[in-house]
Write a protein that binds this ligand. Structure first.
Ligand SMILES: *[C@@H]1O[C@H](CO)[C@@H](O)[C@H](O)[C@H]1NC(C)=O
Ligand SMILES: *[C@@H]1O[C@H](CO)[C@@H](O)[C@H](O)[C@H]1NC(C)=O
Ligand SMILES: *[C@@H]1O[C@H](CO)[C@@H](O)[C@H](O)[C@H]1NC(C)=O
Ligand SMILES: *[C@@H]1O[C@H](CO)[C@@H](O)[C@H](O)[C@H]1NC(C)=O
Ligand SMILES: *[C@@H]1O[C@H](CO)[C@@H](O)[C@H](O)[C@H]1NC(C)=O
Ligand SMILES: *[C@@H]1O[C@H](CO)[C@@H](O)[C@H](O)[C@H]1NC(C)=O
Ligand SMILES: *[C@@H]1O[C@H](CO)[C@@H](O)[C@H](O)[C@H]1NC(C)=O
Length: 507
């Protein structure tokens, strides 16, 4: 490890990037947004500003708190200013500001407030970044004339302008340094999809480049994987994510993405219990600092601040580490070799297992029950197969049913290959795949699949939405991914290898 660090530092000489081995302090704020009571009725600008000010005042308090804890960058969630409650196109209009393109001009809204009209929100955010001396990322609505100058687009919305769901980033002196328009909209009738995906990054003196994505974007190639493949190792992820067990709880996928893509992720979610919106965190390939609402907790905001390492900017993301044949496996990531686990012996006589199909996340998974205290199983969906070796820890009382599921196919317009061990909702096989939050059974296991993609996102979710770090992850050049885990601290809810077959997606 020491040798590795020395080599990396040597390679960075001559670069403006911060040295490997350095670190920075990041903050994310999970915001309990004050909603507009009626997202259908258009309001005038002064009413919109009155509403926006309530949320901006909370941002201001949190920026002050984050700065006190040393934060150098602070991220606020998607829809955190105007609210997420599905505005109509006309009802959101007064909330929008025309955000100049920071690639075309340099503008500090705080020091030069007079340059553009109707930019109160941009001014307020810029002054916040300046006052608290931190990089600040927030999400707001952008109003742009149509057709856009660059790139030119033949398609204009009928009302003659674009409305974009937008991330803005400010440097610590208030300069607007980045503007990103959300590409993968999630049924948002107020906003337009930009004609092309935008690959947007900004530079910081303390950690180099950060890439910007928004919510649903995280599941798609553009812009998310395009950023990763350009070697961007730090992604900023404002979101308004409705958690959905057993595979797409907010923090479960945040953690899985950071591990699977070998990047850091600064994730800020909305807190809103009626839609199961909660779950924010600061993730690196080595660590996770996160928050997730627990049943019965007061519905309120939450600031997270953590010191995290700067990742080697020279490492260009392949999303895969080939299995090293040498014995000098490093501890530089979670995908590494290890020999600690003592896997359960395969059963001598393979029993004849019954597979069944059950819906999970609306997709037909092929399942097989974990019918013994320990066993070795395989289940396939077509030619895609998932393997599991498991051993339940002895436990009195709790009777819980588990199943191993495999799915290879389209989920809506995007293609998946998934292996998952889930706790079923009750003792009926038909309940396997339904979401449950609690579990008591602990097991050690090896979960493995051979994927047709190098983008496989691993996760282990324990009872009451607690994340566990997989004890070991390995990938081979032919796509085999192996996750080993043992010594669980809570009951197992889901263990998952979530493969994204980006190349098979439909538009
Ligand atoms: C905005 O709407 C409110 C409430 O309808 C009204 O009282 C106010 O005069 C309007 N302001 C402007 C500038 O039109
Ligand atoms: C928003 O409203 C539209 C129209 O009623 C609906 O089609 C869409 O699904 C809604 N989106 C969400 C996220 O609820
Ligand atoms: C929220 O999650 C619970 C289970 O944890 C589920 O029963 C409920 O339907 C979810 N609500 C929504 C709006 O998805
Ligand atoms: C993750 O990135 C680090 C460099 O930051 C590299 O050493 C390691 O091999 C990568 N891990 C994987 C699984 O690609
Ligand atoms: C579970 O195991 C029992 C005996 O151990 C067997 O009778 C039963 O068929 C098995 N069920 C399934 C679904 O494999
Ligand atoms: C997976 O299973 C589903 C449902 O049983 C089936 O329709 C689909 O063809 C299978 N996928 C493959 C790749 O065979
Ligand atoms: C299991 O966890 C305990 C407590 O964290 C630790 O002391 C022990 O060494 C772990 N055992 C294994 C096999 O990793």
């Amino acid at each position: 490890m020491l040798l590795l660090v020395v080599v990396s530092v040597f390679l960075s000489v001559g670069h403006s990037d911060p040295a490997v081995g350095s670190s920075y302090v990041a903050g994310v704020y999970e915001h309990h947004v004050i909603l507009n009571p009626d997202p259908i009725v258009p309001v005038n600008r002064s009413e919109a500003l009155q509403h926006l000010k309530k949320n901006l005042d909370i941002y201001e308090e949190q920026a002050a708190r984050a700065a006190k804890q040393g934060a150098q960058i602070l991220v606020f969630p998607e829809d955190g200013l105007q609210g997420f409650n599905n505005f109509t196109r006309s009802a959101i209009y007064s909330y929008l500001e025309t955000i100049p393109d920071p690639q075309q001009e340099s503008w500090n809204p705080c020091t030069e407030p007079g340059r553009y009209k109707n930019t109160e929100v941009l001014q307020r955010l810029s002054c916040m970044a300046r006052r608290y001396n931190l990089y600040l990322v927030a999400n707001m609505g952008d109003l742009q004339p149509c057709p856009l100058q660059s790139p030119p687009s033949p398609i204009c919305p009928p009302d003659g302008h674009w409305q974009f769901n937008t991330d803005v980033a400010f440097s610590s002196d208030g300069l607007l340094v980045a503007r990103y328009h959300k590409y993968n909209l999630f049924y948002e009738r107020a906003f337009d999809k930009p004609p092309q995906p935008e690959i947007i990054t900004f530079d910081t003196p303390f950690a180099g480049k950060f890439g910007l994505i928004i919510c649903f974007d995280i599941l798609f190639h553009d812009p998310t994987i395009a950023l990763v493949e350009k070697g961007v190792r730090q992604l900023i992820f404002p979101t308004a994510w409705m958690s959905k067990l057993p595979l797409l709880d907010s923090i479960q996928f945040q953690r899985a993405f950071s591990l699977g893509a070998n990047v850091s992720l600064l994730a800020a979610n909305i807190r809103y219990d009626p839609l199961n919106m909660s779950g924010s965190g600061i993730y690196t390939p080595f660590s996770a600092t996160y928050h997730h609402a627990k049943t019965g907790e007061p519905e309120e905001g939450r600031l997270l601040v953590a010191r995290v390492p700067v990742l080697d900017p020279l490492w260009v993301g392949q999303g895969v580490a080939t299995e090293s044949s040498s014995s000098s496996a490093t501890d530089s990531g979670y995908f590494h070799q290890d020999s600690c686990i003592d896997p359960p012996p395969p059963s001598s006589v393979p029993p004849s297992y019954i597979t069944f199909t059950s819906l999970m996340m609306n997709d037909p998974y092929t399942f097989i029950l974990l019918n013994n205290t320990e066993d070795k199983l395989q289940v396939c969906n077509g030619t895609f197969c998932c393997h599991l070796q498991y051993r339940f820890l002895p436990q009195d009382g709790s009777k819980e049913l588990y199943a191993l599921g495999a799915f290879a196919g389209m989920h809506r317009h995007y293609a998946l290959q998934v292996c998952a061990v889930v706790r079923c909702a009750n003792l009926e096989a038909s309940s396997c795949g339904k979401g449950v939050k609690e579990a008591e059974s602990k097991m050690e296991f090896v979960l493995e699949g051979t994927f047709g993609t190098r983008y496989v996102y691993p996760s282990v979710l324990a009872s009451s939405v607690v994340l566990e770090e997989p004890k070991s992850l390995q990938k081979t050049a032919d796509g085999r991914v192996t996750m080993k885990h043992w010594n669980m601290t809570g009951g197992l809810v889901t263990a998952c290898l979530y493969g994204r077959m980006y190349h098979l997606d439909h538009e």
